[in-house]
Design a protein around this ligand. Sequence first.
Ligand SMILES: [Zn+2]
Ligand SMILES: [Zn+2]
Length: 391
Amino acid sequence: MYVEVHRGANQIGGSIIEVGTAKTRILFDAGSELDSFDGAPLPEVDGLFDRAGFDAVFFSHNHLDHVGLAQSIHPGIPLYMGERAIAVMEAMARYLGKPLGFGVRPYQRREQVVVGDIKVTPFIIDHSAFDAYMLLAESDGESVLYTGDFRSSGRKPFDRELARLPAHVGTLICEGTNMGGKNKPSVSESELEEQATRLFRQHSGPVFVLQASTNIDRIVTMYRAAKRSGRVFIQDLYMAEIARAAAPTIPNPDFDDVRVYLDRYYSEDHHRYQAFDEYGAQKIGRAKIANQKFVLCVRALMAKMLMNLSERTEFSDGLLVYSMWNGYRDKPEVVRFLQLARSLGLTEVYLHNSGHADKETIDRLIEHVNPDKVIAVHTENPSWVNAYRKG
Ligand SMILES: [Zn+2]
Ligand SMILES: [Zn+2]
């Protein structure tokens, strides 16, 4: 088997990785670059967009830097992704009022998909996207394991995930987002939960959480911290729809103690109004929100909602929890939102951990799968891999 990294060998995001034999060509991921825009030119990968030159594309998870090019892939090429990851993407598309834009088949954990003379096995792994996988390709006694994006600091025990992986692989294609930098060890989600609970108890004012709606682990963390500090947990419709699509065990308005709000007014025939209306008694309006102790999940585009609530309830001793990658602070809408929160009297706190493996986690993976060769991807410092070269 050969491996060709079309994109992502020395950058974070936009990964396109080809694995093949003399007979079969498959791809792991076809993502858009992190700073890409609508209408960005497609990368040159022969047989991917122009004709059905690949036998299948397997997406490791549903972050756009891995799946963003799916709509442009030639419709003759079968696409595969985790079942719950597809459900989350469909919920996002529904909220936006757009079709998903591509057909994709579900793969199941540890169930082989045979494509030509390659067998692909997905192994579930923890990441800041829900239903993320490592992908193992095997053909004629050879094996290639692609890590996708992963971490050991989530709520799934890493030991158990590791134990399912083979004890030897020929080639390991490994993400190195956090490699080559300061190597600071990750904080776990349960530690974040402790920190959040303490903060939510210490402060008497309202708590707003700015986080990615697709970061399902973080939803669980903030829900638990809200509960433990005697606050009602309130999601906006977008997060509610994503959480509900992910799994019934993820906090969503079907829980007795979770409420859902709409951040602006829509007419009764708008699809968002209709989706909201289906939540019945779990719906909550501004006046009711203002009347109680809450943790409310917000997005940077919700300045009006924040201003409106500030007129109804006291913001002093309240918190704005920044709970996403610090790189997003440069986005103009985030700059404006953080400024507004400060001007309304909220204190900003940072509570976040990375969705990616730290060095210790990568060491443990490499020790377990004992690869003959390691290829670095999803990294700005590809030379980190030299330390793992065999004799
Ligand atoms: Zn990624
Ligand atoms: Zn990712």
